[in-house]
Design a protein around this ligand. Structure first.
Ligand code: NDP
Length: 675
């Protein structure tokens, strides 16, 4: 008997006398007792806000990203313990892969995005500075900082591990402590993973807590700096989001709820083609993976009228080959639903859909089971057909959260998109086509209704990531019925746990806040050439001004000859003059860059190891033969990397004798920490 415990204020809290009995879906036997213990809800909130939050916020994004990566590695090393429990939820090992390895992989990507795309500091810089004054003494900068409250993460039963980790990683990276509340039906698997997080000792005290069972009046106690991230049914979402405390305090509420996801077969796709096979494979996968209990599963299969027979035959053949039974048994492709209640709910929904559909497959309850008896929550993969999807309502509104999908015909692509949109807002819609124009047409007609559009065809079939797979890089969530929330999407998902603030002030003020030098901020003269300074020595704002160098006509001709770039603006005076951009022959932009390097580089061996790139290069004014240029090189930003060196970004400007800027860029170099 499993007894998953809550974890609050650094203590495990065993199930209480009122613990809920959890019956396993495979045999119906009692497998766990969960919750029922009194929790000090206010104490947990305070613990997160006063212990976890400050500890997380004392670190920078990269520090927290390192912790998340370390945690992912730790969980990866112990994942077989989770796979051992996974079949109790009704899931096969393959299903568990999406949940367990999927969750760990998501953490890895979030950690790596944090290191690569967020600053090595405590303030996220959102976009470039805005010039707000003629003289440049007053500028604006959008920043984002972690909210100072707690993130309450409420998850559905279907992904006990991924559901926790895909919310936890962005929140922790942002700098917010979390309280995880898994769905009771599968909470023992979440608890096993959570216990590993605690045992790893990687996260600071107070960063994570766990509620098994009810949350009591926790939501009534949330305030302006807190966040609720919810996945589950539309009904619960509505109940929770209308909590007066949440509304009064404008508590951010992200919901990911029911979704009538659709897939469309493009009008160009012929039966038997690579794209057609990809379509059938994806549709069948979405019906059977996790026994259809995926928020992204395909509920509506929208195909050209002329392809209805071919699609139904091919799909039925695939579904007929799906083996169902004990998820731990050899050869089983599809396991059980999460509970007897979930099975009953799906059967109810099937009954409600019966008025608008005909069943193409047999009795969903008459299924040959491998290694399982009649008491389990098993259903056969079930394909319905709706001949008049325009008149139908239930097929577009009722989510049978199991291995059920409805096939329906369309007339043209606009009709197909309109049917997909009838779901009232979904997490994902897919389209299989080999015609990019069909893809464009469907996208314009329906992107506004779906959080993600997944377009596959012959050229991408081998590598496409799957209709139903939310990826940490891509936004997960959808409008309307899907909850109106958004998760993941790389750094976008992290920003949900942060406050965006517009800061206005002098360049020095903005530089001090962001830790990044801004044009107009104070320049520092270092004791040596900046390229002789180690990563640890060089200061933000340290600046080198070079002497000028004249650019001659011979230089331009030589550069053209040497590189082969004999574009007329550099070589032909008359043609250049006729060009509205140039006064006559001008220097190549690349020649200016090369001369700039020649001016600012210090050639001796030193801590600067390599030039790794240029960002935001712009050529702002032409340079004519006889003009001279000089360079200002300023240390703008430093980013620590693993190993023995970090990245130093330099703001570089080239100016002409009139003091006008002719070019600007950000130069990236790798610089050793020490000599
Ligand atoms: P619920 O909406 O019932 O529960 C989701 C989460 O909310 C669970 O952790 C649940 O905890 C919690 N919860 C419920 N009531 C409260 C409350 N008053 N205060 C705080 N937390 C609360 O969804 P289920 O997971 O039970 O699934 C029910 C249906 O939702 C499915 O049949 C399916 O139709 C749909 N669903 C849709 C998903 C999607 O993303 N499209 C994902 C999962 C489900 P507890 O378990 O303890 O009640």
């Amino acid at each position: 008997m499993l007894r998953p415990a809550s974890y609050g204020m650094a203590k495990w809290i065993e199930p209480g006398a009122d613990a809920r009995a959890v019956h396993g879906p495979v045999t119906g036997a009692l497998i766990a007792r969960a919750g029922g213990a009194p929790l000090d809800v206010q104490g947990m909130l305070d613990w997160a806000r006063t212990v976890g939050g400050p500890a997380l916020r004392a670190m920078g994004f990269h520090d927290r990203a390192r912790l998340i990566k370390a945690l992912a590695v730790y969980l990866g090393a112990r994942k077989e313990e989770l796979y051992a429990i996974n079949p109790l939820t009704g899931a096969t090992r393959r299903d568990g892969g999406i949940d367990i390895d999927g969750g760990i992989g998501t953490m890895m990507v979030i950690a790596s995005k944090g290191r690569r795309e967020m600053p090595d500091g405590q303030v996220y810089v959102d976009g470039p500075a805005e010039g707000l004054s003629r003289g440049g003494t007053f500028i604006g900068q959008h920043i984002a900082v972690p909210l100072q409250g707690v993130a309450v993460l409420i998850n559905a039963f279907n992904f006990p591990v991924w559901g926790m980790l895909e919310k936890l990683a962005p929140a922790i990276l942002a700098g917010m402590p979390v309280i995880v509340k898994p769905a009771t039906q599968t909470c023992y698997l979440t608890e096993a993973c959570f216990r590993m997080i605690v045992e790893s000792g990687i996260l600071p005290e107070g960063a994570v807590q766990l509620v098994i069972g009810g949350t009591g009046d926790m939501l009534d106690r949330l305030g302006a700096q807190d966040v609720v991230s919810f996945t589950g049914s539309a009904e619960t979402a509505l109940h929770l989001r209308t909590n007066p405390a949440l509304m009064r305090n404008s508590v951010r509420f992200h919901a990911e709820q029911d979704s009538l996801n659709a897939t469309i077969l493009g009008p160009d796709v012929r039966a038997g083609s690579v794209a057609f096979e990809a379509f059938i494979k994806e549709a069948a996968n979405e019906i059977t993976t996790k026994a259809g209990q995926k928020c992204t599963a395909i509920r509506r299969i929208i195909v050209p009228q002329s392809a209805m027979d071919a699609v139904s035959e091919a799909l039925m053949a695939r579904l007929a080959a799906t083996t169902v039974g004990d998820p731990a048994a050899e050869g089983v492709r599809m396991g059980a639903l999460a509970s007897a209640a979930q099975k009953a709910d799906v059967l109810d929904k099937l009954a409600a859909l019966a008025g608008e559909t005909r069943r193409l497959t047999g009795n969903p309850e008459a299924v040959d089971l491998i290694g399982a008896g009649p008491d389990g929550a098993f259903l056969a993969p079930t394909l319905l057909c709706c001949d008049d999807p325009d008149a139908a309502r239930a097929v577009h509104e009722l989510e049978a959260f199991g291995p059920v999908s409805t096939l329906m015909p369309y007339r043209d692509t606009d009709h197909a998109a309109a049917l997909a949109n009838r779901g009232g807002g979904s997490l994902v819609a897919s389209l299989v086509t080999d015609d990019p124009q069909v893809a464009r047409q469907v996208t314009l007609a329906s992107a506004a209704w779906h959080g993600r559009l997944y377009i596959n065809g012959a050229s991408s079939a081998v590598e496409a990531t799957g209709h139903g797979a939310p990826l940490p890089h891509m936004v997960h969530g959808g409008p309307g019925r899907a909850g109106g929330g958004e998760e993941l999407g790389g750094v976008r998902g992290v920003l949900h746990y942060m406050q965006r603030t517009a800061v206005q002030g002098s360049p020095d003020v903005i530089a001090a806040i962001t830790g990044q030098w801004q044009p107009g901020a104070t320049e520092i003269k270092g004791p040596q050439h900046p390229f002789q300074r180690t990563f640890n020595e060089i200061e933000i704002g340290e600046t080198l001004h070079t002497k000028p160098r004249e650019v001659t006509l011979e230089d331009i001709a030589h550069f053209a000859e040497f590189t082969g770039d004999t574009f007329y603006a550099h070589m032909d005076e008359d043609a250049a003059r006729a060009n509205p951009f140039f006064p006559g022959r001008v220097a190549h932009g690349y020649l200016l860059l090369s001369f700039a390097a020649g001016l600012f580089v210090q050639p001796d061996p030193g801590p600067v190891l390599a030039n790794t790139g240029l960002n935001e290069l712009s050529f702002q004014k032409p340079v004519s033969p006889g003009d001279s240029i000089k360079v200002r090189l300023t240390c703008k930003r430093k980013t620590r990397r693993t190993g023995s060196y970090g990245e130093v970004a330099w703001n570089v400007t080239l100016t002409n004798p009139e003091g006008e800027q002719v070019a600007q860029y950000e130069l990236l170099t790798m610089v050793a920490y020490t000599r």
